[in-house]
Design a protein around this ligand. Sequence first.
Ligand SMILES: [Zn+2]
Length: 125
Amino acid sequence: MVLAIRMNPNERPSASVPRSGAIVGVVCLLALAVLLLVTPNVSNRPTHAPISECINNLRHLDAAKEQWALDNKKQGTNPVSFDDIKPYLWQGRLPKCPAGGTYNLLATVSDAPTCSMPKHVLPSP
Ligand SMILES: [Zn+2]
């Protein structure tokens, strides 16, 4: 009589419910892990992107200054201005620092251009 009450061996109701709960838990953990991995990259973009963009602008300014000096047979000690290098810049316009800094060509051809914003520095060659 006791064997007549026994459940169908193919049916496993108690095992399937915890398994689906575990899968949902693992999926939630994976989603959280992906969020944690992605979020710092997104929040870092506004702080790092302007610096690299500015440094790229400084490179263009430096290259324009060098080209102007070559074309006009100027030496490293010769003074240079923004008006001198404008024809060597894209569309004849001075680039703008994405963070609102001010560019300074400094006095002579051999001086590297600078930006007024901190960390916006052209790496030395
Ligand atoms: Zn800058």
